[in-house]
Design a protein around this ligand. Sequence first.
Ligand code: ADP
Length: 297
Amino acid sequence: MKISIDQLSKIYPNGNRALNNIQLEIENGMFGLLGPNGAGKSSLMRILVTLMKPSEGKVTINEYDLVKNRKEIRKMLGYLPQDFRFFSQLKTYEFLDYAARLAGIKKSKLRANAVDKMLEEVGLFEARDRQANRLSGGMKRRLGIAQALINNPQIIVVDEPTTGLDPEERIRFRNLLSSISTNDVIIILSTHIVGDISSTCKNMALLNQGELAYSGSPDDLVAQAEGKVWLIKATESEYQEINEKYPVISNVPTSEGWEIQVVANEINGYNGHNIEPNLEHAYVYFMESRLNQWTAV
Ligand code: ADP
């Protein structure tokens, strides 16, 4: 599978430019789309799942054009929107059965098999008779992914998958996604949480204010922050000054003052040294450097 996005822009009727000239290729495997709120992630997701047309530009999925071949493309798609809701009253298996019918599995025997198999896969078989809207947050997300996967889609789009989940559920959900990223499948994970991306995604893009700020591997993004992340040992009096001067990633009180992690090109005069960057550091560095018009590389 291959998604090619060519000079894609989205301008809403009120004049908001949510996406500006996006140029991006997405290939098999897990792909992370990272960016702060308002970056344009949902707009891009909605275009990719054919719920909204682009204002300019073109998207092709394999040989299909996203606008001209909607029907063919919809057959390949599974989508878990950010604000996924259940119809009240339906039991878990009834809900999934309904989703399977919508996805075009017409024969009831086939559907029952597909539903059971999927419930098993997402760990909800035991909860099949429970009312879907009474499940826990984590279970609801898993039911959400189950409905997105019921028809074996080749492109799976998941918007803000871990919002509202506790850390344990977050890890479980992430593992579930990576277990389905087999050979000829693209999974796009849109998130503002850096931790959702680092461990699972082979490739990623960074969106900021509708612009593509970065595309490539998480490792290459991290490499760009090499030499830009500092651990400063600060006195109480330096503490405030540093907070005002630099983007601070963390600060820990010590017996002598503070240990502060910052991203910066240099830390003139303070008592500090470079530390190994991680994806969160790189993300902060990248966003800050754009905002402050530093040169990022
Ligand atoms: P994200 O998913 O990264 O938070 P969105 O795609 O939701 O970003 O939003 C990108 C920009 O487009 C924001 O400035 C947002 O206010 C704007 N926007 C989103 N939806 C609409 C809409 N229906 N009408 C007008 N502006 C919108």
